[in-house]
Design a protein around this ligand. Structure first.
Ligand SMILES: C[S@@+](CC[C@H](N)C(=O)[O-])C[C@H]1O[C@@H](n2cnc3c(N)ncnc32)[C@H](O)[C@@H]1O
Length: 278
């Protein structure tokens, strides 16, 4: 079996720090609940939370559908460890599973495949989405949310600071790193509509722009440090990381200034789709 090195895991976005991610748990929960609220099934038997992270949303799925067998799947040992450690206090049956969404297969026929804020890390959606869809029986539901962050100013600045944020406007990091962070896996809404509509009994596709009200210094930097920035921070050596962070912080704070009341508003666009199979 081929072993994945820590560096390869970082480039693929697979190395996570649950503590940093959960700093904004309230903000990150809102889209997860908005997605859950649109699942039109009354009594699903088997629910998979694909890319379940620290499992807080998985347990809410189990709490909403208490008779269902709910499985949280993730490829991060750190996230699954956190998920298993917090397992008390919610109703329903939850179990945890290690897997890679790129080739995952369910161990029971799914009623719902739910995935919140994960597919932006997985390439080739023209293969991924039809493969997940084909795992569902008639009446089964695919519910997905993904950030449309690639085009946001924070993420443009993230890539630009890597391309020219070094001394004398030089690039930082390896070419491999700069290529990896330039990848855009999430497609426009009509792409998912076209894939799913022909075999859907019900299809809901929408985008929402949240205005996250953040407090504290360097609020946007703190936010992205828990998610999109990880491959860059892990891919730079200590010296370059310090230079990069200073430059990226400066550009972010100019783009997202702290308001007089101490708040930083962070507009964040997300794509959702919920489809039920014919
Ligand atoms: C932004 S977090 C979202 C966690 C959770 N769904 C939530 O809403 O809080 C992204 C999660 O996707 C997982 N992930 C990324 N790529 C994955 C893959 N190829 N297979 C399985 N999980 C993956 C990460 O380990 C991480 O836990």
């Amino acid at each position: 079996m081929t072993q994945t090195t820590p560096h390869q895991r970082d480039l693929a976005g697979e190395s996570w720090n649950p503590g940093q991610y959960l700093k904004f748990a309230d903000h990150r929960l809102r889209p997860a609940l908005d997605l859950m609220g649109r699942i039109p099934l009354e009594d699903p038997q088997v629910i998979y939370d694909l890319g379940c992270g620290s499992g807080n949303v998985t347990r809410l799925l189990a709490d909403r559908w208490r008779d269902a067998d709910v499985v949280g799947m993730d490829n991060s040992p750190e996230m699954l460890e956190r998920a298993a450690a917090d397992a008390d206090g919610y109703g329903g049956n939850v179990r945890w599973q290690t897997g890679d969404l790129a080739n995952w297969q369910p161990d029971r026929e799914p009623s719902v495949l739910y995935s919140n804020a994960v597919i932006q890390w997985v390439p080739d959606h023209d293969e991924l989405v039809p493969r997940l869809w084909d795992l569902l029986p008639p009446g089964g539901c695919l519910a997905v949310q993904a950030p449309l962050s690639w085009d946001m100013r924070s993420h443009h600045l993230m890539r630009e600071a890597l391309a020219d944020g070094g001394p004398d406007g030089r690039a930082l990091g390896s070419r491999e790193l700069r290529t990896a962070v330039g990848n855009r896996w999430v497609q426009d809404p009509d792409f998912y509509y076209d894939l799913l509509a022909p075999q859907s009994a019900h299809l809901d596709v929408w985008t929402t722009e949240y205005q996250h009200v953040l407090t504290g210094d360097d609020a946007v930097l703190e936010w992205v440090t828990g998610t999109g920035l990880r491959p860059i921070l892990n891919g730079l050596d200590d010296g370059e990381r310090e230079i990069y962070l200073e430059e990226y912080r400066r550009r972010l704070n100019a783009e997202y200034p702290k308001r007089a009341d101490g708040v930083t508003l962070y507009p964040f666009r997300r794509l959702f789709f919920v489809a039920v199979r014919k």
